[in-house]
Design a protein around this ligand. Structure first.
Ligand code: BT5
Length: 325
């Protein structure tokens, strides 16, 4: 889409309830009336219903149901998270694209967003099902001035931001299963994948991948996840706004990230603990090296590492694992 057409669409979304005059559009974008008319005609052909009334201007009545970056950008209240969006209808994986963009100098807060992923992935190369039009599949690029050992904290911080955003937008209370799952009644609603680009001890970029099942129906889920996964639509019985959820996550995440940079993980930890599922319970942790440990989850330490006490009273530090509760 041309830059001017994108900007016109953004203005129409921002004035969704009211008219915006052709003159105001021309002045804001520095283009001619004819150019505005040409782009409005094209947008109508693409499925946007735009009313035009003489002397009042244009009003967006209905947009096609698909996800667009213009709609996300139109009412995004963050300062830098998601302010640059690289949108794709279909990609193998937003993580992959985000890694390339980060190497090519993408700015801090750039968001890669897709309507469908053909090769979405979880940890250890596992499959992440990302069917078309039903979820939020996105990767946020951060360029933090942090040491490598602090990066796992960002997964926990992102989980808190997502849980809070889901509560705000859909009024659903969900819980966090350390380190990267968000669950509702034991079923997985969100998966987070934090990856790193580094040189020796220096972090060059962090990519936070977020997969959120928003409007997928139970019957449309692949058989292998039907018993373990859920979606906001299944939980609430209603179609939920992906746009509003993305916008809210960007602002919540940015707010928590700023707080984290100013005051450290100590302020995020108690927030995380209020949503955490497994603390105080007997769990089984299967580490990424294949070791299985069983014991009571005592909590997380200030690095975000899980502390597990076995029946001999030995406390193990778990850096990365799958948890069974
Ligand atoms: C995760 O891995 O949970 C991280 C998922 C991250 C996905 C996002 S989407 C945007 C970005 N681009 C990507 O390519 N990835 C990120 P893990 O803890 O390893 O869990 C993977 C397991 O979750 C699979 O083995 C399945 O059992 C299950 N699973 C797969 N798809 C699912 C879905 N849509 N909903 C719920 N569970 C799913």
């Amino acid at each position: 889409m041309s830059q001017t057409k994108e900007e016109i669409l953004k203005l129409l979304f921002q004035h969704k309830e009211t008219f915006i005059s052709g003159q105001a559009i021309c002045e804001q974008l520095g283009c001619s009336r004819t150019a505005v008319w040409k782009h409005i005609t094209e947008l109508r052909k693409e499925g946007y219903t735009i009313e035009s009334v003489q002397k009042r201007g244009y009003k967006l009545l209905e947009a096609p149901k698909r996800l667009t970056k213009e709609e996300v950008l139109a009412n995004l209240n963050s300062r830098y998270f998601g302010k640059v969006i690289d949108f794709h209808e279909v990609v193998p994986s937003t993580q992959k694209i985000a890694h390339h963009l980060a190497e090519d100098g993408a700015t801090h807060g750039t968001l890669v967003l897709a309507d469908e992923q053909a090769g979405g992935r979880g940890r250890l190369g596992r499959v992440w099902h990302s069917p078309k039009g039903t979820g939020i599949w996105m990767s946020l690029i951060l360029k933090p001035d942090l040491t490598i050992n602090r990066i796992p904290q960002l997964t926990l911080l992102a989980a808190v931001a997502i849980v809070r955003s889901i509560k705000k937008v859909s009024d659903v209370d969900c819980s966090i299963k350390w380190p990267n799952d968000i669950l509702f009644e034991g079923k997985k609603l969100v998966g987070i994948l934090t990856e790193l680009q580094s040189e020796m001890e220096n972090v060059r970029a962090v990519i936070i991948g977020m997969g959120i099942n928003v409007n997928i129906e139970w019957a449309d889920m692949p058989a292998e996840i039907r018993d373990i996964a859920t979606s906001l639509k299944i939980i609430t019985g209603k179609t939920q706004s992906r746009v509003m959820l993305i916008q809210t996550i960007m602002t919540e995440l940015e707010k928590l990230y700023d707080l984290y940079l100013n005051e450290g993980f100590e302020v995020i930890k108690p927030m995380w603990e209020t949503y955490a599922l497994s603390i105080g319970k007997v769990i089984r942790a299967r580490t990424m090296q294949g070791e299985v440990l069983q014991g009571v989850a005592k909590g997380i330490n200030n690095d975000g590492v899980l502390l597990l006490e076995d029946d001999q009273g030995v406390v193990h530090h778990i850096y990365s694992a799958d948890i069974e509760i």
